[in-house]
Design a protein around this ligand. Structure first.
Ligand code: GLP
Length: 252
């Protein structure tokens, strides 16, 4: 648990740095949203201090359907603005689903092939207020592979802050499925702010449920959860105080 989002970003960037420096061909699974912005800022700082991203491959979790990559709310544009244009990741090693693809099923299959060819060393995740990871929304089942998803009303409303009107918010997206997320060697789940406190509590301490998609991370053996005081406020302090961390995951 961190005092500030900036500190959390710096710490998380150090975890990513370890992968980038330690792996011959590092593969990073990346996320969008306001939460990972401090991480990307810290990674840009590390690049300026000499961290080399030229061998890194990045695979993003998701993209809206129906808005082009140049649209300022597309996830491609987000990644370009916050990370890619500032560091030396090679453009041909950047993968993001194409939300403008004519054949969306073919696009999902293409993306799964990319994921199969590049085993993810570290997957960064944010969490939606309803518990979604990527755009794997609460449902009766969770989909394993990359798929087209109809966004839940709560997600559309939450994303509306970035668009002129509710009507402009995309209602569908392409997202990596839960299988690819769970196959990552290491997972970092980040959440900041009061509005994430309840879902963080349910995701970490509650039952594993498909209507809380992030709870499936309890099944992974190497998850680091990066929180601030507000997002950790509904957790029992004994969970994250020194010496009493759960064995399968680390809360920071
Ligand atoms: C979107 C993204 C998620 C992200 C979530 C939370 O729905 N698809 O990957 O975790 O928003 O966003 P924020 O970090 O802005 O709260």
């Amino acid at each position: 648990m961190f005092e500030s989002e900036r500190d959390a970003g710096v710490y998380t960037a150090a975890l990513v740095e370890r992968i980038v420096m330690g792996e011959k061909d590092p593969v990073l699974g990346l996320a969008t949203g306001s939460t990972p912005i401090p991480l990307y800022e810290a990674l840009v700082q590390l690049y300026r201090s000499g961290l080399d991203f030229s061998r890194a491959t990045t695979i993003n979790l998701d993209e809206y359907i129906g808005i082009p990559g140049q649209h300022e709310q597309s996830y491609r544009h987000f990644m370009q603005t916050h990370l890619f244009q500032h560091v030396n990741i090679q453009p041909d090693r950047i993968f993001i689903p194409d939300g403008m693809a004519e054949d969306l099923d073919a696009e999902c299959a293409r993306y799964d092939k990319i994921i199969r060819q590049h085993a993810i060393h570290m997957q960064v995740l944010g969490i939606g207020v309803n518990g979604h990871i990527g755009f794997n929304e609460p449902d009766d089942l969770l989909v394993s592979r990359t798929h087209v998803v109809q966004l839940r009303q709560a997600t559309v409303e939450s994303n509306a802050r970035f668009f002129p009107t509710l009507d402009d918010v995309p209602k569908r997206a392409i997202t990596m499925g839960v299988q690819a997320i769970l196959q990552a060697q290491h997972i970092i789940l980040m959440a900041f702010g009061e509005e994430k406190a309840n879902i963080i509590q349910r995701a970490i301490m509650g039952e594993v449920r498909t209507d809380v998609p992030a709870s499936i991370l309890q099944l992974h053996r190497d998850v680091v959860v990066i929180l601030d005081k507000a997002s950790a406020s509904q957790l029992d302090p004994s969970v994250y105080l020194a010496g009493s961390q759960p064995t399968s995951s680390q809360l920071l």
